[in-house]
Design a protein. Structure first.
Length: 187
């Protein structure tokens, strides 16, 4: 276990020196947090007629039970927020792939892969260490970004809209399925 922790510490020290990797770990969560909040702020001023002007019918026709007890404008916001919440499932896939790819490419380009393979660690310890080093930052970045997103939505919407967003389905998706996706993305 100490060998795996050493590999994780070494990976984080090397990977986060690279500005491109650091940018990808920070930019994507920032983008997926700020963009929905900006769009939410701009759509709040639209009237129900403007929201329904797409000619696709009323929101009730599309969402059924999701919009019970909500106005058309609130229903449209719930729809937008559900789409944006789904985008948070991209983070636990993209971030570890970026980190893991740089981990191997960085080892190869700095010529430290061969000495690393010559150390007294098993292949399993090396792979587990590199995988955990890629997954943990992705999961933490996803959870922090999603928490900021939830806070922003709570401050910008009413309680009925927020209640639809914090449904158990979305919480399970982000906090349980997200880490599983992160693990699968590097395995």
């Amino acid at each position: 276990m100490d060998k795996i922790k050493t590999i994780i510490d070494k990976e984080w020290a090397e990977v986060f020196k690279n500005k491109l990797v650091l940018f990808s770990v920070a930019f994507l969560p920032l983008l997926l947090t700020v963009m929905p909040l900006i769009i939410l702020a701009t759509t709040q001023s639209l009237t129900p007629e403007e929201l329904a002007s797409g000619g696709a019918g009323t929101p009730d026709e599309f969402f059924g039970d999701l919009c019970i007890g909500l106005s058309e404008a609130d229903c449209a916001q719930v729809f937008l927020l559900n789409i944006f919440t789904l985008m948070f499932m991209i983070l636990p896939i993209m971030i570890p792939v970026t980190i893991a790819a740089y981990s191997i490419v960085g080892e190869k380009s700095t010529r430290s892969l061969e000495p690393l393979l010559a150390t007294p660690i098993t292949t399993a310890e090396l792979i587990i260490g590199k995988a955990v080093a890629a997954v943990v930052p992705a999961v933490l970045a996803t959870w922090v970004a999603f928490s900021v997103y939830l806070l922003g939505v709570r401050l910008m919407t009413n309680a009925a809209i927020f209640a639809k967003l914090v449904a158990p389905m979305w919480l399970l998706a982000v906090f349980l399925v997200g880490p599983l996706l992160a693990v699968l993305s590097v395995c």
